[in-house]
Design a protein around this ligand. Structure first.
Ligand code: AP5
Ligand code: ZN
Length: 211
């Protein structure tokens, strides 16, 4: 099973990925998480772009994702979270998958109003090494600022400010929305109402995937 999760910043791609990966035994490939983990080795330009809410170069991200897809744990299938983010990336992905004799099974399009996203983004806390995601109001940790499992400190992402969110949304509408049309023409897009409670979004995702 190969899935793509598309949606604006804060729409719940990471949150739902963790449910889907456990339920369907898939590998979770999130380019944003990978780029943040590799931040120390990225070029100055790439780091600056991320902090300002723009997109890093296609070459950089395609290299990272192509490498990650080779992991043995990805043999059963994977969830692409945050990739492809442009039509160029989607075309490149097609080429890579065609070479492997596979293709995309489903694109889950997380539909949500922009107005809801600022509260989601500014209230998010993450545990970087595990990727666990919390929210001060909607998914609070047992102890404020501390990961439930490891007891390690949680952090707020550098790009999780109201100002940077504006640029991220602009990039999303301009460059990523055409990706949805690209896959709609192939008949593989399912819209998910992402403005409900996390458990209700999960139920909708499961329903779509079991059809
Ligand atoms: P990335 O990390 O992919 O960021 P993003 O797309 O902006 O998405 P987010 O991670 O912010 O949101 P999410 O949808 O995962 O929401 P989450 O589940 O965490 O990319 C970061 C940057 O990396 C990009 O800006 C770019 O610079 C670069 N990059 C990455 N990929 C690239 C690519 N392919 N090409 C070029 N550059 C690339 O939820 C958000 C919050 O809401 C959490 O606190 C959560 O607890 C809460 N929440 C989740 N669901 C619900 C719900 N249903 N109800 C209430 N609260 C909820
Ligand atoms: Zn995410």
């Amino acid at each position: 099973l190969i899935l793509i999760l598309v949606g604006p910043p804060g729409s719940g791609k990471g949150t739902q990925s963790s449910m889907i990966k456990d339920e369907y035994c898939l590998c979770h490939l999130a380019t944003g998480d990978m780029l943040r983990a590799a931040k120390a080795t990225l070029g100055v330009k790439e780091k600056e772009v991320m902090d300002k809410g723009g997109f890093v170069s296609d070459d950089c991200v395609i290299g990272i994702i192509e490498e990650a897809m080779k992991k043995p744990s990805c043999k059963k299938g994977f969830i692409l979270d945050g990739f492809p983010r442009s039509v160029v990336q989607a075309e490149k992905l097609n080429e890579i998958l065609a070479r492997q004799g596979t293709k995309i099974d489903e694109v889950l399009n997380f539909v949500i109003d922009d107005a809801i996203l600022e509260e989601r983004i500014t209230g998010r806390w993450t545990h970087p090494s595990s990727g666990r995601i919390y929210h001060t109001k909607y998914a609070p940790p047992k102890v404020h600022g501390v990961d439930d499992i490891t007891g390690e400190p949680l952090i707020q992402r550098d790009d999780d400010t109201a100002i940077v969110l504006k640029s991220r949304l602009e990039a999303y509408h301009k460059q990523t929305e055409p990706v949805i049309d690209y896959y709609a023409k192939k008949g593989v897009v399912a819209n998910i109402h992402a403005d409900k409670l996390p458990k209700d979004v999960s139920a909708e995702v499961k329903k779509v995937l079991s059809l």
